[in-house]
Design a protein around this ligand. Structure first.
Ligand code: AMP
Ligand code: MG
Length: 305
């Protein structure tokens, strides 16, 4: 059983091809092309133009990598939500066109659940609490009492978007998270910032206003600010994960989303899990970030199971 999945919820246009092989997820291709800028932030209309420009090349590469003809595909899936309207539309149109042209069933899937399912399939987590910490999404979710439920989330924007915005002010370009991570490695002094956990939810707005004011004052180095920012906001995220794990009684934590590529965040997650005798699962980078393979895998689960 073969599914071709299209991801286009934000800056990534990706096509994955996944085989359902005796209950196992076998990724045959996971090709992607990212919209990025040297300076300035994410412009939704420009990102959509990027996706239109690269979609045929990404499709060709995915089919070549998987060594299959598109006619062999059984179903087509695409990320239906949540995401940015302009970019979602591109993935949806490409998926519908392929489905009509090649007479294949079409399945729309949820992007956040796709992160969870690919993590489970490839890392072996059975019943995890998941932290999806990405550009627009920051959610702590788990499957509980017959439904996927959100236990905690950002009360304002997603973690990655805040990192990207701050990086833009530092003149670092988009995406900013990895650049902040590099600068943070050279930080030496911890600068106190607001810390905002509300139950299992977090709020970032005040912290970023505060750090922008500190940066504008010229009294702190970029390195110390990035270091202190990571220590503060990642501690908040890990605290909410721990609260969700305590609440649900689950013994597994699964990470997903682009910000989860951050080594310091991974380290904090592993320490917390070790302390409460739980397991921490971190998918390899290509499956942490937005990717077509996870959309293809959830397409299979949704359509056949
Ligand atoms: P996603 O929406 O899952 O593709 O994730 C994109 C977000 O992840 C962007 O906001 C990036 O800045 C952020 N990101 C990627 N790598 C890192 C990293 N190493 N540390 C922090 N944030 C990161
Ligand atoms: Mg994502």
């Amino acid at each position: 059983m073969l599914c071709l999945g299209i991801e286009s919820t934000a800056h990534t246009f990706s096509i994955g091809i996944v085989k359902f092989d005796k209950g196992k997820c076998v990724v045959l291709a996971n090709e992607k092309d990212l919209y990025s800028t040297e300076k300035g932030g994410f412009i939704p209309a420009e990102a959509a133009k990027h996706h239109v420009a690269v979609c045929d090349v990404v499709l060709k590469k995915a089919l070549e990598r998987a060594k299959i003809n598109i006619k062999e595909i059984d179903i087509i899936s695409y990320a239906q939500s949540p995401g940015i309207g302009t970019t979602l539309e591109v993935g949806c149109i490409v998926a519908k066109s392929l489905a009509v042209l090649f007479k294949k069933p079409l399945v729309g899937v949820n992007h956040c659940i796709a992160h969870m399912q690919i993590g489970k399939a490839l890392c072996g987590a059975k019943d995890p609490v998941m932290m999806d910490v990405a550009g627009a999404n920051t959610q702590i979710l788990a499957y509980e009492a017959g439904k996927y439920r959100i236990f905690g989330e950002s009360l304002d924007g997603g973690m990655g978007n805040y990192l990207d915005k701050f990086a833009r002010e530092l003149g670092l370009g988009f995406p900013g998270g990895p650049k902040i991570e590099q600068l943070a490695l050279q930080g030496k002094n911890f600068i106190e910032l607001p810390y905002s956990v509300k139950g299992m939810d977090v709020s970032f707005g005040g912290i970023f206003t505060n750090i922008r004011q500190k940066f504008a004052s010229g009294r702190y180095s970029k390195e110390d600010l990035c270091y202190s920012l990571q220590e503060t906001v990642f501690a908040m995220l890990i605290e909410t994960c721990e609260r969700a794990m305590a609440h649900t009684g689950k013994k597994e934590l699964l990470l997903g989303g682009g910000v989860a590529c951050n080594k310091r965040l991974q380290e904090m997650a592993k320490v917390m899990c070790k302390e409460r005798k739980a397991k921490c699962f971190v998918p390899e980078r290509q499956f942490l970030v937005d990717n077509g393979a996870m959309i293809a895998w959830l397409g299979i689960l949704s359509y056949f199971l």
